[in-house]
Design a protein around this ligand. Structure first.
Ligand code: AMO
Length: 469
C-alpha cells in the first residue's frame, strides 16, 4: 500500500501500520498506537489475534486478557469485521513460520503486543459487500456501496494510482512551463456547440453546466497566460450507455500560445511518457495489488510498459485507407468509430495520434488552412485525436485565431456569433496562434489499471441511471 514514511502522528495513532511493518526491526519494544479496520479476529479464551488494516498496510495485534482491561479484551474479541479499532502496545517480531529445509526463510514480520484497545465504531453485520472475501457482487451494488468497495485492496490501489497519474501529469506540465487554472462550470452558452448540455437556473437566468473548459482556457491564453492547464469536471447530457462514457467526467486540458497541433501532440506524448515512467519507478507495488486480484479472478495481469517516443502519427486520410483495406465500411468524411479503430489498432495497438481530420468533423474553434485538402479534395483541419487501441483518449488541435474565420466557422455550424461575443471578443485585440487538447482521465486510468469500464476508476460515477451516491 501507500508509502507512509512521512505521515505525521495524529490524535488517534502514533504511527501508520505501514510504518510499523516497514520499520519493525528498529522498533522492537517501542510503544505505539495504531488504528484501523478489524479484518479478522481469531482466538478463544484468554488470547485473541486481531488483523488490523489501515490505508497503508496490515498488522496483527496480539491480545492477552491478563495484559489488559478485561472489558476491552472482550469487546475486541467479539468485534465485527470492519469495526474500527485503536490499539496501543509494544512492537514485537512475530515467531517465524517453520520452513522446509533448503527453502529460504521469509523476511521477519512484526506484530503488536496489545496493552490497551478501544473500539472506535462497531460495524453492522452483515456487510453489504465483502471486503476481504471474494463475494461476487456486480458493479452496481459495488457502486451503491462505494464507501465499502473502496476498502478492498485492489480498488484502493486503483484510486491511489489515479492520484499518482494526476500528480505526475501535473508535475510534467509545470515542468514545461504550464500553470494551473480553474474555469467556471456554470456557463451561459455552449462551449462545444451542440445540444448535449445540462440546463440549470442561475437565479432567474437560464444557464448550463460546462461541457468543457475549451473557450475559457483559450481566453486565458489570449489574455497572456501563455501555457495553462486544468483538471476539472465536464458535464455532457449524452444518452450513452457504454463502458467509456459518463455524464460527468474529469477532463485534463491544456492550452498553449505560439503552438500548433504538432507542438501540443509533443506535450501530450511527453506527459504520458513521464506518467508511465514514474509509475514504473514508484508505483509497481500498486499494480501488483491490482494484479493479485485480477489473477484471483482468472483475468490477465496488466503490465506497465513505458511507451516509446514519438507515438505513431496516422493522418486521418491514411487511417481511412487502413480501415478500407482492413475491410471496414468507411469513406472520407466519416467519423472513425470504435469498430474502425479495431482495424487500426491491429496495426497500432498502443498510443497513436490521428491528426488532420476533415474540418467538417471538427468544432468551430479548430484551425484550418484553405490550402490543405484531403485525398478527395475536402478541407483538412489541424484537429487530432489520440487513441489507445480502440479507445479515444484525447481530442485537440490548433485553434482558429483569425476572428473573421472563427465567426464564419460558427455560422457554418449553424451557431450564432452573437451568442459567442464573450469569446470572439478575445480575438479582436491581437491573438496569438495557439493549440491545446483535452484528455479523459478515466480513460487513461483504464489502460494503466486494466479496468474494463471507466466506472471502476471514478469514485462516484454519474451516468444515465446513477446520480447517487
Ligand atoms: P472531447 O469532447 O473529444 O474534446 O473530449 C476530450 C476527451 O474527454 C473524454 N471524454 C469523455 N470521457 C468520459 N465520458 C464522456 N462522456 C466523455 N466525453 C469526452 C475523451 C475525449 O477524448 N474541447 C475539446 C478538447 C480540446 O480540443 O482541447 C473536447 O472537449 O477521452
Amino acid at each position: 500500500m501507500r508509502d507512509s514514511s512521512d505521515w505525521h502522528p495524529t490524535a488517534f495513532r502514533t504511527h501508520t501500520i505501514g510504518q510499523v511493518v516497514r520499520n519493525g526491526a528498529d522498533m522492537i519494544g517501542e510503544q505505539v498506537s495504531v488504528a484501523g479496520y478489524a479484518e479478522t479476529v481469531r482466538g478463544r479464551g484468554a488470547i485473541a489475534f486481531l488483523m488490523l488494516r489501515d490505508g497503508t498496510g496490515y498488522i496483527q495485534a496480539f491480545l492477552k486478557k491478563d495484559n489488559m482491561d478485561e472489558n476491552a479484551f472482550t469487546a475486541v474479541q467479539s468485534a465485527s469485521r470492519e469495526s474500527t479499532v485503536q490499539v496501543t502496545g509494544t512492537v514485537a517480531q512475530k515467531r517465524p513460520p517453520k520452513v522446509p529445509e533448503g527453502e529460504p526463510t521469509p523476511p521477519p514480520e512484526y506484530e503488536i503486543n496489545v496493552t490497551e484497545a478501544n473500539i472506535l465504531s462497531s460495524a453492522e453485520t452483515p456487510l453489504p459487500v465483502g471486503i476481504t472475501d471474494d463475494v461476487n457482487v456486480g458493479l452496481d451494488i459495488r457502486l451503491d456501496n462505494r464507501h465499502l468497495d473502496l476498502r478492498r485492496a485492489h480498488v484502493n490501489a486503483m484510486f491511489q494510482l489515479r492520484s499518482r497519474v494526476l500528480q505526475y501529469g501535473r508535475d510534467h506540465l509545470i515542468g514545461e512551463g504550464f500553470q494551473e487554472i480553474n474555469s467556471p462550470k456554470i456557463i451561459a452558452s455552449a462551449s462545444e456547440g451542440g445540444t448535449n448540455l445540462f440546463p440549470m437556473m442561475y437565479f432567474d437566468t437560464p444557464a448550463f453546466l460546462s461541457q468543457s473548459p475549451q473557450l475559457y482556457k483559450q481566453l486565458a491564453v489570449l489574455g497572456g497566460l501563455e501555457r495553462v492547464f486544468e483538471i476539472g469536471p465536464a458535464f455532457r447530457a449524452e444518452k450513452h450507455d457504454t463502458y467509456r462514457h459518463l455524464n460527468e467526467f474529469i477532463s485534463f486540458d491544456i492550452e498553449g500560445a505560439w503552438m500548433n497541433d504538432e507542438d501540443v501532440m509533443g506535450v501530450q506524448e511527453r506527459m504520458i511518457h513521464h506518467i508511465w515512467s514514474q509509475v514504473v519507478a514508484n508505483d509497481l507495488h500498486l499494480i501488483d495489488v491490482v494484479n493479485e486480484y485480477r489473477v484471483s479472478q482468472g483475468q490477465e495481469s496488466v503490465t506497465v510498459e513505458v511507451p516509446e517516443l514519438p507515438f505513431p502519427r496516422i493522418p486521418y486520410c491514411d487511417a481511412i485507407e487502413i480501415v478500407q483495406k482492413g475491410g471496414g465500411d468507411i469513406e472520407w468524411g466519416d467519423d472513425i468509430e470504435s469498430h474502425h479503430c479495431d482495424i487500426i489498432a491491429a496495426e497500432y495497438p498502443g498510443f497513436h495520434f490521428l491528426p488532420r481530420w476533415p474540418m467538417s468533423m471538427k468544432p468551430f474553434y479548430i484551425y484550418h488552412n484553405e490550402d490543405e485538402k484531403g485525398s478527395t479534395g475536402g478541407q483538412l483541419s489541424r484537429g487530432f485525436d489520440l487513441n489507445y487501441g480502440r479507445d479515444e483518449m484525447t481530442s485537440g488541435g490548433q485553434r482558429e485565431h483569425r476572428v473573421d474565420v472563427l465567426e464564419q466557422n460558427l455560422r457554418n455550424m449553424d451557431l450564432d456569433p452573437a451568442d459567442f461575443t464573450f469569446y470572439t471578443d478575445g480575438f479582436r485585440y491581437g491573438a496569438p496562434p495557439h493549440a491545446g487538447w483535452g484528455l479523459g482521465v478515466a480513460r487513461l486510468l483504464m489502460i494503466l489499471t486494466g479496468a474494463g469500464n471507466v466506472r471502476e476508476v471514478v469514485l462516484f460515477p454519474r451516468d444515465r441511471s446513477r446520480v447517487t451516491p
